[in-house]
Design a protein around this ligand. Structure first.
Ligand SMILES: O=C[C@H](O)COP(=O)(O)O
Length: 257
């Protein structure tokens, strides 16, 4: 089975939720519930201001801490921004790039996503690159073209040895925070297409090793079915990652997949 070539990653995206003390409380609950053996990697992407608290709280749990955004310049007059080197220096391992909320509300484009991916990789971070279509785009029948464009743009100029460190998260915009999940078949179809796009860019060996996640209303009740699909190597989870018990159920589903 090809999955042995790549990591299964269950990543929580807390978005703009939880204070530093709530982060500590969550880590304590997670510690109590965490299975002894974990086949999947676990990541929690917290608000930037809570990264030090999260690193401290998750230190002994083998849970990696991720950021939700990064700026592509190394340093300078960019008020409010955080560089990849700053994240790396703190001990962050993953960073979400191009989430649809950032594309829709904060003017993120395929061009800035590409610059952020390159900056993250230069700092030895693992970018979690989000791609996904809106409902209009799905209904117009242009999902695959759009996904190919987003994947190719994000990886433009990224050499093969760095591409294998990227994670791609397929997040249909219509399924984010709506309670509507893509069916396992819909999600798998796009995740397989993402892998084919990577194969086209970098060849079969790299395509086999890149983790492709699904995100969009993933929860305990649908995680097992989604994660059973061979080309879905984990999840990027919003709402259900805020409750330790639900997050653990998804981790357990990945462990059994
Ligand atoms: O990054 C996570 C996604 O936006 C999914 O969020 P959700 O699980 O709340 O739908």
């Amino acid at each position: 089975m090809n999955r042995r070539y790549r990591k299964t990653i269950i990543a929580g995206n807390w978005k703009m939720n939880k204070t530093a003390s709530e982060t500590k409380k969550f880590a304590e609950e997670l510690k109590r519930l965490l299975p002894r053996t974990k086949w999947c990697d676990i990541v929690v992407c917290v608000p930037a201001v809570n990264i030090p608290a999260a690193l401290k709280a998750f230190k002994d749990l083998r849970v990696s801490v991720g950021a939700q955004n990064v700026f592509y310049e190394k340093s300078g007059a960019y008020t409010g921004e955080v560089s990849a080197d700053m994240l790396k220096d703190l001990g962050v391992k993953y960073v979400i790039v191009g989430h649809s909320e950032r594309r829709q509300m904060f003017g993120e484009t395929d061009f800035s996503v590409n610059k952020k991916v390159i900056a993250a990789l230069e700092a030895d971070l693992h970018p979690i690159i989000c791609v996904g279509e809106t409902l209009d785009q799905r209904e117009l029948g242009v999902t695959m073209e759009l996904i190919a464009l987003q994947v190719k743009s994000a990886l433009a100029g990224v050499p093969a040895e760095k591409a294998r460190r990227c994670v791609i998260a397929y997040e249909p915009v219509w399924a984010i925070g709506t309670g509507k999940t893509a069916t396992a078949q819909q999600a798998a179809e796009v995740c397989t297409f993402i892998r084919a796009t990577i194969r086209h860019l970098y060849g079969a060996r790299i395509a086999r090793s890149v983790t492709v996640q699904y995100g969009g209303s993933m929860k305990p009740s649908n995680a097992r079915e989604l994660l059973a699909e061979l080309d879905i190597d984990g999840g990027l989870i919003g709402g259900a990652s805020l409750e330790a018990e639900q997050f653990i159920e998804i981790i357990n589903a990945a462990n059994q997949g």
